[in-house]
Ligand binder design. Structure first.
Ligand SMILES: [Zn+2]
Length: 229
């Protein structure tokens, strides 16, 4: 008796852990999917945001401009002279241009948090050079889509948790709706709403001998439900 109870508890724990893992995996997949879907939808960038001065390694000063869109942040950064002022520190994930690069362009994608980025350089004469290691391109007609592949871990963690929670809510709603529909169908056929046990012949307002639920089965026309089942 006790052993079977322990076994049941353990199997429930296993099932719950599996459900949590599946939900987290689903959240990660949805985070990645929304990020790449945003690239496909190509949300229009607002006009360039304000120019910020940032300080980076070696006491250097960088000038950055930030353009926003839904699920999209575009940073353009250039190295300025060393100045005696101190400016806010550049975000840790933001690549800063070195001596040879003119501008560094970084695009963070994802919603609600930016969870992936791609990165390139604007050379003085060469145009934009994408860093091939953190994006892949897909050509469709005249349009080229560039999908980021570098993960911003904090953003990815946050998005995964948020999307997992959303998946959990959807799953519970779907399960509740299915149970309700099933109970209604059982009741219509004269079966117990709780477990589907056949209550015909027990009389109205009886207690289900299987699960103890008090049921008020609808009177069933003789032969009707039997012929249907
Ligand atoms: Zn029952």
């Amino acid at each position: 008796m006790l052993l079977s109870q322990m076994e049941r508890g353990r199997s429930r724990l296993l099932r719950r852990s599996a459900a949590v893992l599946i939900l987290l995996a689903l959240g990660a997949v949805v985070s990645l999917g929304t990020t790449w879907a945003l690239v496909l939808l190509d949300p229009t960038k607002q006009p360039e945001g304000s120019v910020l001065a940032l300080s980076g390694p070696g006491g250097k000063t960088y000038l950055a401009s930030l353009a926003h869109a839904f699920g999209r942040d575009l940073w353009t950064v250039t190295c300025a002279e060393r100045t005696p002022y101190t400016f806010p520190q550049a975000p840790g994930w933001l690549p800063l241009p070195g001596e040879r690069e003119y501008f560094s362009i970084s695009e963070g994608w994802g919603w609600p948090a930016r969870c992936m980025m791609q990165h390139g350089y604007l050379w003085q004469n060469n145009g934009w050079m994408a860093d091939a290691a953190d994006s892949f391109t897909w050509q469709r007609g005249l349009k080229t889509y560039q999908f980021p592949t570098r993960i911003l871990w904090w953003g990815m963690l946050l998005n995964t948790l948020i999307w997992s929670a959303a998946a959990f809510v959807v799953w519970r709603l779907v399960r509740a709706a299915r149970r309700r529909l099933r109970a209604r169908a059982w009741r219509r056929r004269g079966l117990c709403r709780g477990c589907g046990y056949d209550l015909r012949g027990l009389g109205p307002g009886g207690v289900c001998p299987e699960c103890g639920r008090i049921s008020a089965p609808k009177p069933v026309a003789p032969g009707g439900a039997l012929a249907a089942s």
